[in-house]
Write a protein that binds this ligand. Structure first.
Ligand SMILES: C[S@@+](CC[C@H](N)C(=O)[O-])C[C@H]1O[C@@H](n2cnc3c(N)ncnc32)[C@H](O)[C@@H]1O
Length: 243
């Protein structure tokens, strides 16, 4: 009797989760349906200076070796195209929810003749890859799109598909100081989700171990930062590291 009741509760909870996810997916697809056309203009703003561009900094960290790399929330593939063109031995797999962003990414990959990259429509919160499939995972300007719970689900899912010792690179917004910071806040208020102010205050050294990865380093770039993290073996994933 109790077990049947519990089963029903769980079923209802799962159903609610499914509905929430469908709403979320609808919202993302709607947002990026319209943004896809203009999305690449984003890189003509604060990412113009290649020397201080986190996409190039990220690419410079990845060796040209036979590595399987996952780009989560790949969008129009602006980060992974830089890597794919620099490293012909890497095999890059990008996933995204938005058909329009995916179409743009595929078009760019085809026009540039890139052969070591594939893009798939897949939800980052429930990926269809086996455990430990990738040597490296990355997510650039994608995490801030997700509310805290969904973000943690996605991070845990990324950790699941990473090999032990595999690396995770996160590139996302960072609020600059002074008057520029105020202008940046206006930009965020207009274009980004409501939870953005909270997102900017997360203490990543505390957040990431909850998903099974540990921070190695944080580097600052204009309006953004890059966090390098590593998946530790399960038993030591909550230890503090000093490297
Ligand atoms: C701001 S764009 C970032 C694109 C790209 N990574 C970049 O650096 O420009 C965020 C992308 O995340 C995708 N996205 C959001 N939630 C997702 C989810 N749960 N699963 C897969 N993709 C998702 C959106 O469709 C969108 O293309």
């Amino acid at each position: 009797m109790i077990r049947a009741g519990m089963g029903k509760d769980r079923h209802l909870r799962d159903q609610k989760k499914d509905f929430a996810m469908k709403d979320y997916e609808r919202l993302i697809r709607w947002k990026f349906k319209w943004l896809a056309t203009f999305y690449d203009l984003f890189d003509l703003t604060f990412l113009l200076d290649k020397k201080r561009n986190p996409r190039y900094a990220l690419a410079s960290k990845i060796p040209n070796e036979p590595l399987r790399i996952l780009d989560v929330c790949v969008g129009t593939a602006n980060s992974s195209i830089v890597i794919a063109e620099a490293n012909d031995q890497n095999e890059i797999v990008g996933i995204d929810l938005s058909p329009e962003m995916i179409a743009k990414a595929k078009d760019k990959i085809r026009r540039r003749g890139i052969r070591n990259m594939s893009i798939h429509k897949m939800d980052a919160a429930s990926m269809s890859f086996p455990h430990g499939e990738f040597d490296i995972a990355m997510i650039s300007f994608g995490l801030h799109e997700l509310g805290y719970e969904l973000m943690m689900t996605v991070l845990r899912e990324i950790c699941r598909v990473l090999k032990e010792g595999g690396k995770l690179y996160i590139v996302d917004y960072e609020r600059p100081g002074g008057i520029t910071g105020l202008l940046f806040s206006v930009y965020l208020r207009i274009f980004e989700p409501k939870h953005m102010p909270r997102f900017l205050t997360y203490d990543w050294a505390k957040v990431l171990p909850g998903a099974g990865v540990q921070i190695n380093a944080t580097e600052k770039y204009p309006f953004s930062k890059m966090i390098s993290a590593i998946k530790r073996p399960a038993a030591s994933s909550y230890e503090v590291t000093r490297d």
